[in-house]
Design a protein around this ligand. Structure first.
Ligand SMILES: [Ca+2]
Ligand SMILES: [Ca+2]
Length: 146
């Protein structure tokens, strides 16, 4: 009986050891994560189709004003590399529609950005039906080509 208890204790000890070994393994997995946020490695294709899929959150085949606004808000956060609440010239992609809303210094404040979003939306919404279709996104992208 004493042997059985000892065996049980040994199993418990082994179990404890095993779970202690799990911790470093978890930490290793977590430490691998930073590599995933490398911008160059982002799989999202910079195409009208890829952009459309990302923006159409509810998958109804159209981008409504709210989906657009939310996407642009996320975009502002991504573009604002130094997080000073405004986009400087080198943070605004040359081909971005919002670039035309930057002030003379090439800066775009968060307020200017928010003001620009509905105008960009209306600009892309060629048929004025209040949502953006894939065709409208494609057309908007073509217009920006030199
Ligand atoms: Ca949608
Ligand atoms: Ca439309």
């Amino acid at each position: 009986m004493a042997l059985l208890l000892l065996a049980g204790a040994a199993v418990q000890a082994a179990g404890t050891t095993a779970s202690a070994e799990d911790a470093p393994a978890t930490a290793t997995t977590a430490s691998a994560a930073p590599g995933a946020d490398a911008p160059a490695a982002a799989p999202a294709p910079d195409t009208p189709e890829g952009l459309f899929d990302r923006l159409d959150r509810n998958g109804d085949g159209a981008i409504d004003a709210e989906e657009f606004r939310n996407a642009m808000a996320r975009r502002f956060g991504r573009l604002d590399a130094d997080s000073d609440g405004r986009l400087s010239g080198d943070e605004i992609p040359d081909n971005a529609r919002i670039a035309t809303f930057a002030d003379a210094d090439g800066h775009l404040s968060h307020e200017q950005f928010q003001d620009a979003v509905p105008q960009v939306f209306a600009d892309v919404d060629a048929d004025g039906n209040g949502t953006l279709s894939l065709d409208e996104m494609r057309h908007a992208r073509r217009e920006k080509q030199p």
